[in-house]
Design a protein around this ligand. Structure first.
Ligand code: BES
Ligand code: ZN
Length: 623
């Protein structure tokens, strides 16, 4: 038995992980917790900074506590005051410590009298890791500058001084001013008809964790897609977005059918510029999304299913720490599949699931043992690296296993009960298990043993009997690929005219790491993959073309990596380039030009990739 599981079983009411402090935050929630934040901010585009005041309402827990300790990163703190119940301010002493890598600067505020509210005047840095500032010239319509945040996992602290741990939940209000013509949105109910008068007010009445704090501002048009949903995007993008996401209301209704009411009121989607470093981010009431899913045929809209699903798994029931991240991402990937099945059918869901399963199988054995666990033992990584494909794809695979073993009726009832039971709370893996045991595993004996559950959660690798869905279409593609690679089927004879996006992804994913150049050239001549408008297909194609030595594909690969800052679509291209000295030199040139348009996280990731490549390979030839 594993160490963690032993502790977990013996302490089901007092979970071990809940007692340990969050290693990614300086906050001391045993002393004091944040209940509410009131923000008064100005969006200052010329200086690329947010400027204003955050008033934190506090719940003091420990009568002996002296200090309020907050997380900050790259903030300038002008003043800190206690505010009494009559609103009278009193200056407080504070100390901003030197920054610690991946943690930021600990802000210690001397508050021995336990004020109910503390007011902090501050401004952000143009380099805030959680914000991207774009000039008008870097936007699609080139009219106004643009700002957006990305707080998960631990970047909220770079634009708000707060307790930056997912175990702590608070409500918020905000008053935000911006230049006229700019629309400001936040992770709270947004009014699609709000006038562009330079002042916006927000109220999030549900308690949320810090990583769900979000803001964006820019030249944003709005198109309603249903009674409680709309898309927000730059004017030239909004019609395409409204078309791609026209099924949003159906998705909300399908999820409610399965897991009970959507608790948040409105569900809107903001389509960001292509530099957005993720596919999507489940900011409450306002999913932030990459424009790379706007391919015109709805083939990539399971991204919306995923972010919407987080309204239950993640935003309603939240991982207490990043080590429990699979409670957010694994549960959400499972629910995403159920929404996709309800709207687009079993074949679509199976193909998306199989793509993920086959990728996980390929990579999991090469990961360190501890990283292969859904709930790993404590490890020294930064919060952004706690979540890998294991959390998403092994996590959802475990839930699909439960569904199969207990049957849909029982499993669905259990999962709905789980959301109801833990709603508005942040929980650990062990709290989830403590709910699973009596309410599913022991309730229907003989279906699955507790040892099997523990193997999924605390074991490395994938359990032997993990169920794999059938896809006759993928089987046919396997045969075609084999014949094509063997030279017995010409590229233009592939039966690919009707392949959907996922089928192309599957074909390309399972090509050899270094495919024969002639075959790749033939493939491109027959199917025009270079320059494809579908970035999921493009990423996979460029990786194989570069690895095969097809230099003709380099400029298009560079254009892809320059335009798109979504790390998942861009980093593999860089990774393939750096494998040869000549490719590495080319990638450095591409990056030098693309860098200004990249998000701070994308920059950091590319630079990290370069540094690692430099450390393991001889320096690229320079002339
Ligand atoms: N919450 C995540 C994004 C995230 C994870 C940001 C970890 C920062 C740290 C979001 O819900 C997500 O999973 N997005 C995926 C979408 C996909 C699985 C459909 C993405 O961005 O690729
Ligand atoms: Zn997610």
């Amino acid at each position: 038995m594993h160490l963690l599981s032993t502790l977990a079983l013996g302490a089901i009411v007092l979970p071990v992980a809940a007692q340990a402090a969050d290693p990614h935050s300086f906050a001391q929630p045993q002393d004091v917790v944040l209940n509410h934040i009131d923000l008064n901010l100005k969006v200052d585009f010329p200086h690329q900074q947010l400027d204003g005041v955050a008033t934190l309402t506090l719940d003091w827990k420990n009568p002996d506590a002296h200090d309020l300790v907050l997380d900050t990163e790259n903030l300038k703190v002008a003043s800190v005051e206690a505010v009494d119940d009559e609103g009278h301010p009193r200056a407080l002493k504070f100390q901003l410590a030197a920054p610690v890598p991946n943690m930021g600067s600990k802000l210690t505020i001397a508050a021995p009298q336990h004020p109910r509210a503390v007011r902090i005047a501050y401004s952000t840095s143009p380099d805030a890791s959680g914000l991207q500032w774009l000039d008008a010239a870097q936007t699609a319509d080139k009219q106004l500058p643009f700002l957006f945040s990305q707080s998960e996992a631990t970047h909220a602290r770079s634009w708000i001084p707060l307790q930056d741990s997912p175990a702590i939940r608070f409500t918020y209000t905000a008053h935000v001013t911006a230049p006229k013509d700019v629309r400001v949105v936040m992770s709270a109910p947004n009014d699609p008809k709000h006038a562009l008068d330079g002042a916006f007010d927000f109220e999030q009445t549900h308690p949320i964790p810090s990583y769900l704090m979000a803001i964006a501002a820019g030249d944003l048009a709005v198109r309603e897609t249903g009674p409680r949903s709309a898309v927000y995007a730059e004017p030239s993008v909004v019609a395409k977005a409204a078309h791609e996401f026209e099924d949003t209301e159906k998705m909300i209704a399908a999820t409610e059918q399965l897991y009970g009411p959507y608790r948040w009121g409105r569900y809107d989607i903001l389509v960001l510029p292509p530099s957005f470093p993720f596919g999507g981010m489940e900011n409450p009431n306002m999913t932030f999304a990459t424009p790379t899913v706007l391919v015109g045929d709805k083939s990539l809209v399971s991204l919306v299913a995923h972010e919407l699903a987080h309204s239950w798994s993640g935003n309603l029931v939240t991982n207490a720490s990043w080590r429990d991240g699979w409670l957010n991402e694994g549960f959400t990937t499972y629910v995403q599949g159920r929404i996709t099945e309800a709207l687009y059918g079993q074949r679509q869901e199976t193909e998306e699931t199989l793509l993920a399963i086959r990728n996980l199988e390929k990579t999991i054995d090469k990961m360190p043992q501890n990283t292969q666990r859904l709930a790993p033992e404590p490890r020294d990584v930064n919060a952004d690296d706690e979540l890998s494909d294991v959390a998403y794809d092994k996590g959802s695979w475990f839930l699909r296993t439960l569904e199969q073993k207990f049957g849909r009726a029982h499993f669905d009832a259990w999962l709905k009960g789980y959301f109801d039971h833990f709603q508005w709370h942040s929980i650990t893996t062990e709290q989830m298990l403590a709910y699973l045991k009596p309410n599913l595993i022991d309730k229907y004996p003989g279906k699955m043993s507790w040892d099997e559950v523990e193997e999924w959660v605390y074991g490395a690798g994938i359990p032997k009997d993990a169920p794999i869905p059938d896809s006759p279409r993928f089987d046919a593609i396997d045969k075609e690929r084999t014949a094509f690679l063997a030279g017995s089927l010409a590229a233009d004879k592939l039966d690919a005219k009707d392949w959907n996006t996922q089928e192309w992804m599957y074909f390309l994913d399972r090509l050899p790491d270094t495919p024969p150049l002639a075959r790749m050239q033939e493939l491109d001549a027959a199917w025009h993959l270079t320059g494809t408008p579908n970035a999921e297909i493009g990423m996979r194609w460029y990786v194989h073309a570069i690895a095969a030595g097809d230099k003709a594909a380099w400029p298009a690969a560079a254009a892809h990596a320059t335009r798109i800052g979504r790390m998942y679509l861009t980093l593999p291209v860089y990774r393939t380039f750096v494998a040869t000295p000549e490719g590495f030199a080319y990638a450095e040139q591409v990056y030098a030009k693309a860098k200004d348009g990249y998000h701070p996280l994308t920059r950091m990731a590319v630079e990290r990739l370069f540094a690692r490549a430099r450390a393991t390979a001889p320096a690229p030839a320079k002339d």
